[in-house]
Design a protein around this ligand. Structure first.
Ligand code: NAD
Length: 310
């Protein structure tokens, strides 16, 4: 089985490539990544020389390249994206280009060949915020920042290609991931490094925004399960049930690195900051999935990783 993994030098994509090469013997992986500021070959160290893996430095918006690579693939997993909300507020153009145009380029290439599955990696943020209850896969998309608007656009494009071009689309929407190989701009790696260095921890607003956190290995297992047993045409939420406010996450990090509470610094809130995301994961649990890592165990592992790999 030939799998094309786009964005495989980024955080979740690289964890997924490592996971598949460890867990499965029946695959060949081609990783396509533009190596933006968020991607790094070092995330793939240990698998760059693996004969089951080929790395290609390229852009998902490059039609000729993408057409060739998709033609050779049985499965496409599209992780490639601009992924940082704050950057999308500063300037959304690269988000539209990669997240929308890039996805469309991949979908178009898939219409010219026979593939078994096109897995579009999406996010809980496409549903917008929810104050009570949890989002199910049938809920409306109400993205509230430019990043999530481009991810929602990609979901809609993928769904439209399933109908108009009969493409075998599956979409997964995952909550916040954490774990090894995440870019240092994201909350958990940033706060671990800063807390360990005795630097201030800038928490947005009152710190009471709630996110659901999944350890990245649990997400990789869920994605593998969806590829094996998921139904074409379906959307699967992937969540952990571990909801934490930002200030709770910050305090857990402080405890783990034995830093002082006085490092916390409340700063102006992010524009349009969503209050809470939470996912109903009944559908993926019905496929037989459950999370293995508690938030606390995952965080301990993550702190060790970043402190060892300073
Ligand atoms: P990331 O920013 O760490 O990695 C993105 C990767 O995509 C990078 O390696 C980058 O070089 C590559 N890339 C960017 N533009 C590209 C282009 N035009 N062509 C080819 N490669 C390109 O992101 P991540 O956190 O690993 O997220 C991966 C996917 O998962 C994204 O689609 C994101 O929306 C989704 N997601 C992330 C989270 C999370 O908590 N991190 C949660 C839910 C969904």
């Amino acid at each position: 089985m030939q799998i094309l993994v786009t964005g495989g030098a980024g955080f979740i994509g690289s964890n997924f490539v490592h996971y598949l090469l460890t867990e499965r013997n029946d695959i060949q992986i081609t990783t396509l990544d533009k190596l933006t500021y968020a991607g790094s070959r070092s995330n793939l160290s240990g698998v760059l020389d693996d004969p089951r893996h080929t790395f290609i430095n390229g852009d998902i918006c490059d039609r000729d390249l993408v057409t060739d690579l998709v033609a050779d693939a049985d499965i496409v997993v599209n992780f490639a994206a601009e992924s940082h909300v704050d950057r999308s507020i500063e300037g959304a153009y690269p988000f539209v280009e990669t997240n929308v145009m890039g996805t469309q380029t991949l979908l178009e290439a898939a219409t010219e060949t026979e593939i078994q599955c096109f897995l579009q990696i999406s996010t809980d943020e496409v549903y917008g915020e929810i104050l009570d209850g949890k989002f199910s896969e049938n809920d409306n998309l109400r993205p509230r920042n430019p990043y999530s608007a481009t991810k929602a656009s990609a979901d809609l494009l993928a769904q439209s290609y399933a109908i108009t071009h009969d493409l075998p689309i599956v979409i997964t929407r995952t909550c916040n991931n954490f774990g090894p190989r995440q870019h240092r701009e994201k909350l958990i790696p940033k706060f671990i490094r800063r807390a360990a260095a005795g630097k201030s921890l800038p928490v947005y607003g009152d710190g009471l925004n709630v996110r659901e956190w999944i350890y990245v290995e649990d997400n990789c297992r869920a994605l593998d399960l969806v590829i094996r047993d998921g139904n074409i045409g379906e959307i699967y939420n992937i969540g952990s049930g571990y909801e934490r406010t930002n200030i709770e996450v910050t305090q857990e990090i402080i405890n783990n690195v034995n830093a002082g509470e006085d490092l916390v610094e409340f700063v102006d809130d992010r524009a349009g900051h969503d209050q809470r995301y939470a996912l109903d994961t009944t559908k993926i649990e019905n496929l037989g999935w459950e999370s293995k890592w508690s938030f606390e165990e995952g965080l301990e592992q993550t702190v060790d990783h970043y402190l060892i790999n300073k």
